[in-house]
Write a protein that binds this ligand. Structure first.
Ligand SMILES: [Zn+2]
Length: 249
C-alpha cells in the first residue's frame, strides 16, 4: 500500500515540479522506495518524524533516494546482510555490508546506510545512529541541493587542499591534507561529526577546518532511542559508559 501512495505522491511531485515525463520516472522511484521501505517497515508511523521521512523520501529527497535504490541493488547482489535492529521503525535502512566507496568506510546515500560493519560493537552502532543518520536527514532536508553541495565542496576542497599543501612546504602527507579539506571540512561532515561528539576528528591536519562545533552533540537519551529495539537498551548502557570515559579522558 505504501508503494502505491508513495508512487502517486512522487509522480505528482515530479510532474508538477518538472514535467509529466519526469513525473513517470519520479513515480517509479517513489513506488520502489515505498515497496522496499513498506516491506521492511522502516517508517515510524506513530511519530510525526516518520511521516516527514516518508513524505520527503517521496518528494523533495527523491534524487538521493534514487541512488539509495542502487545501494539496495548492490546489497542484494553482494549479500548485504540487512540489519533490521537498526532499521525497523527508525526511518532508515542499514546493511552491514554492501556498497562502499572505500573499503572499511560506511557509505550513506538517500535513506540507505551500507557497509556499516560490525554494529554489535557499541562504538560502531553509535556511529550509525549519531553520524550516518545525520546524513540521511541532511539529504531529506536539502533535497536535490544536497548531492550538488556535497560533491561541489569535494571538488573545491581538492583544489584548495592542493594549493595549501604546496604552499606549506609539503610538511604533512598529501593524502591527509587533502582529506582534511575535502572530507573533514565539508560542512555536512562537520555537522555530523559534531552530532557524534567527535569534533575535531583525530585525522584532521592542525589548523585546517572549523575550530568550533556547529551543533551540539546528541543527548544520550536521543542516541539510546535511535539504537533500536532491545539491543538498544543494552548497547545504550555501553554508549553511556563510552561517553563517560571520553569525558574523563
Ligand atoms: Zn559522514
Amino acid at each position: 500500500m505504501l508503494a502505491v501512495f508513495a508512487g502517486i505522491a512522487a509522480r505528482s511531485y515530479g510532474a508538477a515540479i518538472v514535467s509529466p515525463a519526469v513525473g513517470v520516472a519520479t513515480g517509479i522511484v517513489g513506488a520502489a522506495n515505498g515497496a522496499i521501505s513498506g516491506w521492511r517497515q522502516i517508517y515510524a508511523w506513530r511519530r510525526r518524524v516518520g511521516w516527514w521521512a516518508a513524505l520527503l523520501d517521496s518528494t523533495w529527497g527523491l534524487p538521493s533516494v534514487l541512488l539509495g535504490l542502487v545501494a539496495h541493488a548492490v546489497a542484494a547482489l553482494r549479500n548485504g546482510e540487512y540489519e533490521a535492529s537498526l532499521s525497523r521503525r527508525l526511518n532508515r535502512h542499514v546493511y552491514r555490508r554492501g556498497a562502499h566507496l572505500q573499503a572499511g568506510y560506511v557509505f550513506t546515500i538517500g535513506n540507505v546506510i551500507s557497509s556499516a560493519g560490525d554494529v554489535d560493537l557499541p562504538r560502531r552502532r553509535k556511529l550509525i545512529v549519531d553520524h550516518e543518520d545525520v546524513h540521511i536527514w541532511q539529504a531529506r532536508g536539502f533535497g536535490p541541493a544536497y548531492l550538488v553541495l556535497y560533491v561541489g565542496w569535494n571538488l573545491v576542497g581538492f583544489v584548495v587542499g592542493l594549493i595549501a599543501w604546496l604552499r606549506h612546504g609539503r610538511q604533512e602527507p598529501f593524502a591527509k591534507v587533502l582529506r582534511s579539506w575535502t572530507y573533514y571540512s565539508n560542512p555536512f561532515e562537520w555537522w555530523a561529526y559534531c552530532r557524534d561528539d567527535l569534533w575535531p576528528p583525530s585525522g584532521v591536519v592542525r589548523g585546517v577546518g572549523w575550530r568550533r562545533r556547529v551543533v551540539r552533540p546528541f543527548t544520550e537519551a536521543r542516541t539510546r532511542a535511535h539504537l533500536g529495539g532491545q539491543v538498544g537498551a543494552e548497547v545504550g548502557a555501553d554508549v553511556g559508559a563510552c561517553v563517560e570515559d571520553r569525558r574523563q579522558a
